[in-house]
Design a protein. Structure first.
Length: 271
């Protein structure tokens, strides 16, 4: 069984204070895009994950699935890694979600969707999103999802800045706490929801608030080259620009060739 494991961007990421469980309150808009890893799941005598030595999430997800389903984890997973690692586009979470979905389908008694979603939330905050179709509003720690009706007719240029050393996600959140970035959480959250309610056309996405965790000069470059919205996705360092027209996006891609690796893609509804 094979399936794509697509990337995501965060069209908004509003972060609040630390919760009792040690995670941060947040409000985010998840949007899947059309670049992906490839996942293959086969039956095997024992669990193995090949193709990406840095994997931890796929193995953890399938071990959790086997425990919940009360079966042995007898799967061989092959990851064809096409997405950049630790870039803020959810590649590891998407791999885990795709492997979960495929492995679950091999069970004699597959977990129902709600239970699989609950299990995914124990693996990682972004993992449940990749089991859902279409754009989603993430709340709580990001695992409480609500479907959104957002425009999908635009182009996405993703840029991974060259020579940018990304700190760990934990370090990014620690820096956020140090600067007391949670200040005004209730007001900022309300403003983001209000802006989201007003989205009708692609250009309306420009009114969503900027990423609370990270900024990049590449976002300024993308706007100067015609993007109607540009921002860091997740904890970075990848940056996205949204464009009305493919020709303008292609021109921006050429102009930013020296800035880093880039991908021209578009919104995707499901994996």
């Amino acid at each position: 069984m094979r399936a794509p494991a697509p990337a995501k961007i965060n069209l908004a990421l509003v972060v609040g204070p630390v919760r009792e469980d040690g995670k941060h309150e947040l409000l985010t808009v998840y949007q899947r895009v059309g670049i992906a890893d490839r996942i293959q799941v086969d039956s095997a005598p024992a669990l193995s994950v090949d193709g990406f030595a840095g994997d931890t999430l796929v193995r953890a997800a399938l071990e959790a699935l086997a425990e919940r389903a009360e079966v042995e984890p007898t799967w061989r997973v092959r990851i064809e890694k096409r997405l950049p690692v630790a870039a803020g586009i959810g590649g590891g979470s998407s791999d885990a979600a795709t492997a979960l979905r495929l492995a679950n389908e091999t069970l004699a008694a597959p977990l129902p969707p709600a239970e699989l979603m609950e299990l995914a939330a124990t693996v990682g905050a972004d993992v449940p999103f990749f089991l859902a179709d279409g754009p989603q509003l993430g709340a709580g720690d990001g695992t409480t999802l609500r479907p959104l009706d957002l425009p999908q007719d635009y182009w996405v240029l993703l840029v991974l800045p060259r020579a940018v050393q990304k700190p760990s996600t934990a370090a990014v959140y620690a820096a956020f706490d140090l600067r007391e970035g949670w200040t005004g959480w209730d007001e900022r959250r309300a403003a983001a929801l209000d802006a989201l309610e007003r989205v009708r056309r692609p250009r309306d996405l420009a009114a969503l608030p900027p990423n609370d965790l990270a900024t990049s000069p590449v976002a300024d470059d993308l706007r100067a080259l015609g993007a109607f919205r540009a921002d860091v996705t997740g904890a970075g360092p990848a940056v996205y620009g949204l464009f009305h027209h493919e020709a303008v996006a292609k021109s921006a891609k050429r102009a930013l060739k020296s800035a880093g690796e880039s991908w021209l893609t578009a919104p995707a509804w499901y994996g």
